[in-house]
Design a protein around this ligand. Structure first.
Ligand code: FES
Ligand SMILES: [Fe+2]
Length: 351
């Protein structure tokens, strides 16, 4: 019994710290400025990001191989990162390239730090956080709205004082809009009662209201494929909100540690050319503030939930999306531990 209980805690603790094996957004592209390193804690790990000589984002552990100072306190030099303490310099693959205080130092050429694959899409920077079962980064396939040229997308990033798991639960629960956001510009419509329906898909699932579609935030698609986990939802827009169909949100939740996370939202509209310009203007001038207001409602509610609420919550039919999403995370966590245990067994046998 104890082993089972321990096993369950191990899986749950791992999920709380941050399920690995995914590409995660960690910053907006504009936050990583040329010449200036940026510190980020992701899933409990201290990392540093910067742009190299070709403007490509690089990411390594935020730890100087010399005596451990934070590299994020240093500066970018010739595309590499120089520590602020004694100038030891590493490249984007974590290899020491220079020890300026000592000519021909033996540290030069030493592979010293873990590095992380980086990619940019939709105006944000993503890194791949490897898991035991997925040590190599799969191809990064961003949501199609970021790449097909038909959508205008605005990235937005928030830091919330609660587990990323609550943000994922929140997205898999469309019904909350009719209550929590009932005072909002676009989420005040429709009935306040319904039944939920869940359709499994190749990559994840869709959760939707049975009796209402195209009135409010009535459905969410949760996508979990080889290398990404995100959600997509539509909010119908009144005519006053400019050109394009519904307002679409693409969301990712990036764990900082078990207690806090970054919520990333892309606000998307299917518009091009002049319509895109008009949407951009309307968005900046009128709509953005309203969206922050709605997000604040989510933030306050999620930050009010105790971390261990799972132990005594009472789910009902509307939570089938929440349950499904949690099962998917548990499955990925178990794949990680299966690989980890196999590696440990192999290591013990060869020792
Ligand atoms: S601690 Fe970084 S150079 Fe000495
Ligand atoms: Fe919400």
């Amino acid at each position: 019994m104890e082993a089972t209980a321990k096993g369950r805690d191990r899986v749950d603790d791992y999920i709380s710290q941050g399920v690995r094996g995914f590409w995660l957004p960690v910053a907006t592209s504009v936050q990583i400025k040329t010449g200036k390193p940026l510190a980020r804690k992701i899933a409990g790990e201290n990392l540093v990001l910067w742009r190299d000589g070709a403007d490509k984002v690089r990411c390594v552990e935020d730890f100087c191989p010399h005596r451990g100072a934070k590299l994020s306190l240093g500066h970018v030099q010739d595309g590499n990162l120089a520590c602020g303490y004694h100038g030891v310099t590493v490249d984007g693959e974590g290899t020491v390239v220079r020890v300026p205080a000592m000519p021909d130092c033996a540290l030069e050429g030493r592979k010293a730090l873990t590095y992380y694959e980086c990619a940019e899409a939709g105006g944000a920077v993503f890194i791949y956080l490897p898991s035991a079962d997925r040590p190599e980064a799969p191809e990064f396939v961003p949501p199609v709205e970021f790449t097909n040229g038909e959508w205008e997308v605005f990235p937005c990033m928030t830091y919330w004082d609660c587990s990323y798991r609550f943000s994922l639960d929140n997205a898999a629960d469309p019904m909350h809009a009719s209550y929590l956001h009932a005072d909002s510009f676009t989420l005040a419509y429709g009935s306040k009662q319904d039944t939920m329906k869940l359709d499994r898909k190749d990559k994840g699932f869709q959760i939707e209201r049975v009796n209402q579609k195209g009135v409010n935030f009535d459905w969410t698609e949760v996508v979990m494929d080889e290398g990404t986990l995100f959600f997509r939802l539509d909010i119908p827009y009144p005519d006053g909100a400019g050109p394009g169909g519904p307002f679409r949100i693409i969301g990712f939740a990036t764990p900082v540690d078990e207690h806090t996370h970054y919520s990333f939202f892309w606000r998307c509209r299917e518009v091009q050319g002049l319509a895109a310009e008009s949407w951009r203007f309307l968005y900046r001038a009128f709509l953005e503030d309203r969206h922050w207001h709605v997000l604040e409602q989510d933030r306050r509610m999620l930050e009010s939930i105790p971390e261990d609420a799972r132990r005594r919550e009472m789910l009902y039919q509307h939570d089938i999306g929440v349950s499904r999403l949690r099962q998917m995370l548990v499955r990925r966590a178990k794949e990680h531990f299966k690989a980890l245990d196999a590696q440990e067994t192999a290591g013990a046998q060869s020792a």
